[in-house]
Design a protein around this ligand. Sequence first.
Ligand code: FES
Length: 281
Amino acid sequence: MHTGEEHRRDVREREERERNERHDDGERHDGGGERPTMTIVPHGPYVVRGKVRIVEDAIVPAADGTHLEYDRVREIETKDDEEVALCRCGHSCHTPFCDGTHAKVGFDGTETASRAPYAERADEYEGPLVDLDDDNRCAYARMCHQAHGDVWTLTEEGNTVPLEDEAIAGAWNCPTGRLVSMNAHTREVYEQHFEPTIVLLEDIQEGDSGPIFAAGHIRLVGADGKPYEDRNRYAVCRCGSSENEPFCDAMHINVQFRDASPAWAGAIGSTDPLFDYHPHA
Ligand code: FES
């Protein structure tokens, strides 16, 4: 059993190790170039710079009906290195892009979210095969619900490889990065590798448009010019109503935010290959 302090030290050391590995990896594969960045404009949009794909995915039931998955709706064409401004206020007439409406509606985009590191904010759940960290930032994407239970139950009670598989898949497909699953014995973190991708979510069951899911260590820089903590996954608000700006807090459901996605006319393709639902396959 780990004490709280041992756990926090483990997490800090693990994150430092991962940062160093990413640095090495970046130097090998892209000449040490900068990671793509999302910069918050004061009371305005997110400005995206660098090599990053922008796609739109629908949250829909998987074919076997046991869990939800991301299905690709479309890829949004952008030119390499072109700056793109994504709407944050929820009022643009040209979603997902900013059209300047934020100024007309007097959007207040004040960032109120804690800047404390994930390791300090997260609670720990322990299990026989995997442990789980959880910082409670929820976008209501419901990936944490799997065929044989939710991620917390699967973590604490799952004692077979298939149940462990579900615990990991439910954690690592959560868009907010709220849930981080790790090997209970070695403390190795289970995270998918993503090429930097911005995923605009459409929640078909709930009938609303969800957050911007940033996958693959995209740098997030606040309106004050200070970067947020480096995360592999996080979800930022695009309905303009979050009470934890810039992060999504599922308020898009309360305000029934819906963008102009072709998903609402049925243009939904098949499972997005960006995501893995079978960690041990
Ligand atoms: S942030 Fe500019 S129109 Fe929404």
